[in-house]
Design a protein around this ligand. Structure first.
Ligand SMILES: *[C@@H]1O[C@H](CO)[C@@H](O)[C@H](O)[C@H]1NC(C)=O
Ligand SMILES: *[C@@H]1O[C@H](CO)[C@@H](O)[C@H](O)[C@H]1NC(C)=O
Ligand SMILES: *[C@@H]1O[C@H](CO)[C@@H](O)[C@H](O)[C@H]1NC(C)=O
Ligand SMILES: *[C@@H]1O[C@H](CO)[C@@H](O)[C@H](O)[C@H]1NC(C)=O
Ligand SMILES: *[C@@H]1O[C@H](CO)[C@@H](O)[C@H](O)[C@H]1NC(C)=O
Ligand SMILES: *[C@@H]1O[C@H](CO)[C@@H](O)[C@H](O)[C@H]1NC(C)=O
Ligand SMILES: *[C@@H]1O[C@H](CO)[C@@H](O)[C@H](O)[C@H]1NC(C)=O
Ligand SMILES: *[C@@H]1O[C@H](CO)[C@@H](O)[C@H](O)[C@H]1NC(C)=O
Length: 433
């Protein structure tokens, strides 16, 4: 049984490694170029990045966008963003381009740049909110003036080989495709104009590309069994175990210990799981018609605050959420009708910031669910979530045979759990392959 499960998992990893998130099957980041005018030697375009992912955002230090020019294009100027390097512009006299590189790398400007360097939706330090959390903040734009390019829609060559860091690896971008020109409404909404030419690029995320190990883990407890099921040992990889710091270490009182590094290297509290984030799910109360679970999120990274965090949970009873205390909640319907997934996130200005590790580095909520008499049970780990994602990355769950058992149900459950894993793997395969 274990062997066949392992074979199936390997099959999932290798055959379906393409970026695909079963809980957000249409999630992507779309980059759209609208050519707004032709110039004597090229064009001016507005580039708009839309994050259509429901629960995955791009955190500080923000996105980095790259591409390769198809011909000898140069960037004369940019508004609302900049390239990180100018490259070799020694061929130019008089007017020097903003960037002459064949493969420019573009980053957003920081908030508060002078007004004449801004356009709408720019200058947010590259931070893009998740679409399900804050659609208005899930878009980023800049303007680019391209020279030595085509000057008609027949002669323009589309840039190639797009790359997106968000901020780390994980995204894969497809080729640019010409799409119907975008329509724009004037601000009084009385006149419609359209782009001279539009192309789109779609980028999708894959956790396998982003990192070798998970970045969060899950632990369980219940009112009916005093065992706490911890996160799996080394759930997030133990390579850096020698660099972690004990929670009672004197080093923690040194000034600057929390200062983020340029390379975003974490400073983790020493734990047996070595995860930067742990989600704890506690089955708290069993009422007659309802039951209640408590969720706690703990940050173990001394050098990181998580802004606009999201937590996605899959559990068959989430179709009957009655009340969520102190977090915002939104049901997700990845397959239209299967209403078993939901997104929790912080309330604006109240708990949308998960503070660095330490006394304030945790957040809590409780969920009240109405029982469906046909499915509800405390047996066989049913009350625990099937999948958990923090900030769009799937968290490692404890092995099913370690879940807190209802007294006297331990023996039937092993076989049941093995069968249920097998069937969920098969379901997963049929859904994605
Ligand atoms: C990108 O996401 C949008 C919104 O979910 C969807 O309509 C579109 O089909 C997606 N594009 C691709 C290429 O998957
Ligand atoms: C192109 O991207 C925009 C968002 O940037 C999206 O609204 C539009 O549907 C996309 N067009 C196609 C044909 O994918
Ligand atoms: C290019 O412009 C012509 C009209 O000038 C239009 O008919 C054609 O559809 C355009 N092609 C593209 C790819 O936008
Ligand atoms: C595409 O970009 C990547 C990373 O920037 C680079 O390694 C690769 O060689 C490029 N491919 C082409 C065909 O330019
Ligand atoms: C986290 O936010 C608090 C409050 O804004 C700030 O004092 C602290 O320096 C931040 N920590 C990190 C690691 O950025
Ligand atoms: C999904 O469940 C939520 C409760 O969690 C409910 O408010 C919503 O109406 C349900 N949606 C559908 C389509 O069943
Ligand atoms: C639970 O939700 C489903 C679908 O959202 C609904 O059909 C069912 O009646 C609900 N059950 C209870 C006990 O509210
Ligand atoms: C509590 O659950 C554990 C499994 O995590 C099990 O070994 C133990 O027997 C259970 N305790 C009781 C009192 O049933």
């Amino acid at each position: 049984m274990r062997f066949s499960i392992a074979v199936l998992f390997l099959f999932v990893h290798f055959s379906c490694i393409a970026a695909y998130d079963p809980l957000d099957p249409n999630g992507n980041i779309t980059i759209k170029w609208d050519v707004m005018s032709w110039t004597p030697d090229g064009y001016v375009a507005v580039v708009t990045m839309n994050n259509f992912q429901i629960y995955r955002h791009i955190m500080s230090p923000g996105w980095t966008l790259g591409w390769t020019w198809a011909k000898k294009e140069v960037i004369w100027s940019m508004v609302g963003s900049q390239t990180t390097e100018q490259g070799d512009c020694s061929k130019f006299k008089g007017n020097i381009p903003h960037c002459c590189k064949k493969d420019p790398t573009v980053v957003d400007l920081l908030p508060g740049v002078p007004y004449n360097q801004q356009i709408s939706n720019c200058c947010k330090g590259g931070v893009l909110a998740a679409w399900g959390q804050d659609p208005q903040a899930s878009v980023s734009s800049f303007q680019i003036s391209v020279g030595q390019a085509g000057t008609t829609n027949k002669t323009v060559k589309l840039p190639k080989n797009f790359t997106l860091l968000g901020p780390g690896p994980g995204y894969t971008c497809g080729p640019a495709k010409i799409v119907p020109p975008t329509n724009f409404l004037t601000s009084d909404r009385r006149r419609k104009t359209q782009a001279l030419m539009t192309w789109n690029v779609t980028c999708t995320y894959s956790q396998f590309l982003a990192r070798k190990h998970p970045s969060c883990c899950v632990s369980f407890s219940s009112f009916y069994n005093e065992t706490i099921t911890p996160c799996p040992e080394c759930a997030c990889g133990c390579e850096n175990k020698n660099k972690c710091i004990k929670s009672d270490s004197k080093l923690l009182s040194v000034v600057g210990v929390n200062t983020p590094r340029k390379d975003k290297a974490p400073l983790l509290q020493c734990t047996h799981h070595m995860c930067p984030v742990r989600i704890h799910w506690h089955v708290k109360v069993n009422y007659k018609d309802y039951w209640r679970a408590k969720i706690a999120i703990t940050n173990f990274n001394y050098r990181m605050n998580y802004t606009q965090w999201t937590l996605v949970v899959q559990h068959p009873n989430l179709n009957n959420v009655t009340q969520v205390f102190s977090f915002d909640y939104k049901p997700l319907l990845p397959y239209g009708s299967i209403n078993d997934t939901g997104m929790f996130y912080g309330m604006k200005f109240y708990n949308d910031l998960l503070m660095e590790a330490g006394p304030f580095g945790n957040l809590q909520s409780e969920v009240l669910l109405q029982k469906d008499i046909n499915t509800f049970t405390l047996k066989q780990g049913w009350a625990f979530p099937r999948k958990v994602y923090f900030n769009g990355d799937e968290c490692m769950l404890p092995p099913p045979d370690s879940y807190p058992f209802l007294p006297n149900s331990a023996h039937t459950s092993q076989a049941f759990i093995a069968i249920s894993i097998l069937s969920s793997v098969i379901l997963f395969l049929t859904l994605i392959c």
